[in-house]
Design a protein around this ligand. Structure first.
Ligand code: C2E
Ligand code: CA
Ligand code: CA
Length: 564
């Protein structure tokens, strides 16, 4: 019968099965009361030898009754056990869904409702809530250097460290990767409490990770948002927002604002904390717009090379041009390369952008007099690409452009990244005949030994030093020192940022220099350069005069050909 029941039971759902079991047990008890009431006394009397034995059918019915009661009781016990197990499993699943398996903190999903709850309960006590977004600085490098297992241990230690500093009623979550969040109630009149808490985290973390055989230099950047900064859910309800949406938005708005402030902390040098401020949000919106604009602009060919003249200061010859990127965004208007180049580097499209520009510039420069050189700026990110020199040479071949006419300007910051790789790259480029200049010299702290160990062809003194010469109080000693350093290293020098005749005259005292700057005109488009060269007879197929130099009249900014 047990099997039969199991068969029936397997055809019905657990709830139905329990209902049937309960029905059977109840029926059995009722029957037991009825049957047992008459049969049991008969049995007892018969045992004492007083009356007749009860009918076999009745005894059987009684036994069946007892069996059914036992079955009901067992089923009841199974049921309670099943419910307890199910409840435990559900609890475990909930815990798993709400916590980060590595650190045991809350996770990204659970922090929102938990924050909302904390905000509500704090509001009732008249307290504000601060949301701290905590992000490890350079964690990727630490991971790459020490391995993922070490990275995980650092994250665990970090969670422990923060948890130890955390006030009792606060929340801690790992939002993913190397990003944590703390939610801390505080007295709105005393935000310095949160300052102190953040300071403690910033100060405690870096000293931490020198155990387990890892000595990693890890710091954190923190962005802070407060419920004081957002419209309360009550007023949102008033404004017609559904209560549920409004509550959702409190946690989301806090996270969003803290994220923006954290981004600011990173930008301002990491290892620090920032409270959210409204202008940060505007800046981020603009940045996002620029990012999207760059990606679209790349597809639509919006980036154009412009060219700045480079002059031999001693002879007044026009010797070449530096290509400078220009972007006229249909949405944002003219955007400076000082803004869009770093963003293109950050979002990983600088190679694509630079390839487009160099390609266009080589096509343009191939039409110039072969004695004119082309300088292009190369970002440190491009120097990390092991295929860079190969790709560049391929482009040179494509445009039939002699390598010795191309000058790559790399900044000192390239040298700090990976001197070994940079040396290999520079040597390989130089072996192919390409020239290499060190740009913005004087701003990047390269050491003398670095300068000596790399085969540069030229130093470009940063325009900030040259523009010093404009002041009456200017002391040319520094420039003199830089120039004699160049001489000592046997490196010719270009001065950039020559804005007027006065600067030019001072520079001319220092011997053989090349120079460039607004004194000779602003950077021009390819077609303007072609017109200029045409009038100077310096286009390849315009019967260019074979004999440079192209002299400038002593008082003129416009270079003219010897014949002109
Ligand atoms: P840079 O290589 O130092 O370029 C010289 C900058 O100084 C240019 O600014 C130029 O317009 C400006 N300049 C030239 N003469 C004068 C002058 O007399 N006075 C003043 N005040 N400024 C002068 P620009 O075009 O805004 O470029 C800024 C920086 O953007 C460049 O500095 C370079 O680092 C970067 N850049 C520009 N184009 C590219 C590119 O295609 N690739 C890469 N990686 N970087 C680029
Ligand atoms: Ca440059
Ligand atoms: Ca420069």
């Amino acid at each position: 019968m047990g099997d039969k029941f199991r068969q029936v039971a397997s055809k019905v759902g657990p709830a139905e099965r329990d209902f049937i079991a309960l029905g059977i047990a109840t029926g059995a008890i009722l029957m037991f009361v009825g049957t047992g009431g008459s049969v049991l006394p008969m049995i007892l009397r018969n045992l004492r030898g007083i009356g007749a034995a009860p009918d076999t059918m009745l005894v059987n019915a009684l036994l069946l009754n007892i069996a059914l009661i036992i079955f009901g009781w067992r089923r009841y016990r199974e049921l309670t056990q099943e419910i307890a197990e199910r409840r435990e499993a559900e609890e475990a699943a909930r815990r798993l869904a709400e916590t980060d398996p590595l650190t045991g903190c809350l996770n990204r999903r659970s922090i929102a409702p938990a924050t909302n709850q904390l905000v509500e309960s704090s509001k009732m006590k008249g307290r504000a809530v601060a949301f701290l977004m905590i992000d490890l600085d350079n964690f990727k490098q630490v991971n790459d250097l020490n391995g993922h297992a070490a990275g995980d241990r650092i994250l665990v230690r970090m969670a422990e460290q923060i948890a130890m500093l955390l006030p009792g009623n606060a929340l801690l979550a790992r939002l993913g990767g190397d990003e944590f969040a703390c939610v801390v109630p505080y007295d709105a009149a005393k935000p310095e409490y949160i300052d102190r808490f953040s300071e403690k985290i910033v100060d405690t973390i870096p000293a931490t990770f020198d155990d387990h055989g890892i000595s990693a230099q890890v710091t954190v950047s923190i962005g802070i948002a407060s419920t004081e900064m957002i419209v309360s859910s009550a007023s949102k309800k008033f404004a017609g927002v559904k209560a549920h949406d409004a509550e959702d938005t409190v946690a989301q708005a806090l996270l969003h604002k803290a994220d923006i402030a954290m981004y600011q902390a990173k930008k301002k040098g990491k290892n620090r904390f920032f409270w959210f401020e409204l202008p940060m949000e505007k800046e981020l919106l603009l940045r996002n717009e620029i990012e999207t604009g760059i990606r679209q602009g790349l597809l639509r060919g919006e980036f154009q090379p412009f060219y700045e003249q480079q002059i031999d200061l001693e002879t007044n010859e026009l010797v070449g041009f530096e290509m400078l990127a220009r972007w006229h965004s249909p949405k944002l208007g003219e955007v400076s390369p000082e803004i869009f180049i770093p963003i293109a580097e950050e979002i990983g499209v600088i190679t694509q952008l630079s390839d487009q520009l160099i390609d266009a510039a080589l096509a343009e420069a191939a039409q110039w007099d072969p004695r004119l050189t082309l300088s292009v700026n190369i970002s440190p990110v491009q120097m990390r690409d092991p295929w860079f020199s190969q790709k560049l040479l391929k482009t040179l071949v494509l445009h039939n452009f002699p390598p010795h006419r191309l000058d790559l300007e790399i900044t000192e910051s390239c040298l700090h990244e990976n001197l070994g790789n940079v040396r290999v790259m520079i040597t390989s480029l130089k072996n192919q005949g390409v020239r290499i200049s060190l740009d913005d010299f004087g701003t990047g702290y390269s050491s003398l030994s670095q300068l000596r160990s790399l085969p540069f062809d030229r130093l470009k003194i940063d325009r900030s030093f040259i523009q010093e010469l404009q002041n009456d109080t200017a002391n040319p000693k520094l420039i003199e020192a830089i120039i004699s350093l160049g001489e000592g290293l046997n490196l010719p020098i270009t001065a950039e940022g020559i804005e007027n005749g006065r600067i030019l005259d001072t520079l001319k005292q220092f011997g053989q220099l090349k120079g460039q700057g607004y004194h000779y005109g602003k950077p021009e488009s390819g077609s303007d350069v072609r017109r200029r060269l045409q009038s100077l007879g310096l286009l390849k197929h315009s019967g260019a005069s074979a004999d440079l130099p192209i002299l400038l009249p002593a008082d003129a900014a416009e270079p003219v050909s010897k014949a002109g």
